[in-house]
Ligand binder design. Structure first.
Ligand SMILES: [Mn+2]
Length: 259
């Protein structure tokens, strides 16, 4: 009868189930930002004294555009050997491009258009002067295959598409609305933009993602977007999730562009 005065039942907030989780957005060769951010995360993880080993999820797009793709992968391999955190590395569309160039030399021109030049250079390989010379591209691809350390090749080949913790799903780009989380296609997980970003949700899980940069992290009800365009802005963002708590940890360069 007095329904207007009925108390609203509080909605359940998404939870990791208790585990401490960090998710880091698109790095794009900015080792200068990733190093300090991972130090802050490791310190925070130690200070938090969690019951369970904390999880670090890297959301993909480690390579291209920025100056030190190789150094970023070296650091991520080091993190995987660091016992106090479990580190999981997701595949981004830029890692897909790098992998394709290993066996499809003529894809190199497209890769270069998307920032692959600095990634190649970080491995000591110079891109061909001509965009269309098949021999030059075959040579560059062969040189890249030879320059890529076996541990890096294995790193790129074993990247994951998604990981879930409690009410959260971690992916590079997003999910296709209306498709169950477990039925998502790789192409959508790596590439989707507006169809996901403009969808109101829910998506089955709260989706933590990178891929589409925004000036500020997007802490929405059904998705957390943490790509702050580190390559161009000098701001690399991580979200720290613990139980129902959500916080940001950021690393800011003194100058936006890497030296
Ligand atoms: Mn991306």
């Amino acid at each position: 009868m007095f329904g207007l005065f009925r108390k609203k039942i509080p909605e359940a907030r998404p939870s990791t189930g208790g585990r401490l989780v960090y998710a880091v957005g698109d790095v794009h060769g900015r080792l200068d930002l990733l190093g300090p951010l991972l130090r802050d995360i490791a310190e925070d993880a130690l200070a938090s004294q969690p019951a369970e080993r904390p999880l670090l999820v890297m959301l993909g797009d480690y390579v291209d555009r920025g100056p030190d793709s190789k150094g970023v992968v070296d650091l991520l391999l080091e993190m995987k050997g660091y016992g106090r955190l479990e580190t999981r590395t997701l595949k981004g569309n830029h890692e897909e491009a790098l992998l394709r160039f290993l066996h499809d030399p003529m894809f190199g021109a497209t890769w270069l258009d998307n920032g692959g030049g600095p990634a190649l250079a970080s491995y000591g390989v110079q891109p061909p002067a001509s965009r269309t010379d098949p021999e030059a591209w075959a040579e560059a691809s062969a040189a890249f295959n030879a320059a890529l350390p076996p541990a890096h090749r294995e790193f790129f080949e074993r990247l994951e598409l998604m990981t879930t913790v409690g009410d959260y799903a971690f992916v590079h780009a997003g999910v296709r609305p209306g498709v169950a989380i477990e039925d998502q296609a790789e192409r959508d997980l790596l590439w989707i933009r507006q169809e996901f970003l403009q969808a109101p949700g829910p998506f089955g899980k709260v989706v933590v993602h990178g891929h589409t940069p925004a000036e500020e992290a997007q802490m929405l009800k059904h998705r957390l977007g943490v790509d702050t365009g580190a390559y161009a802005t000098g701001v690399l963002t991580a979200v720290r999730l613990e139980g129902e708590d959500q916080r940001l940890i950021q690393q800011r360069a003194r100058r936006p562009h890497a030296a």
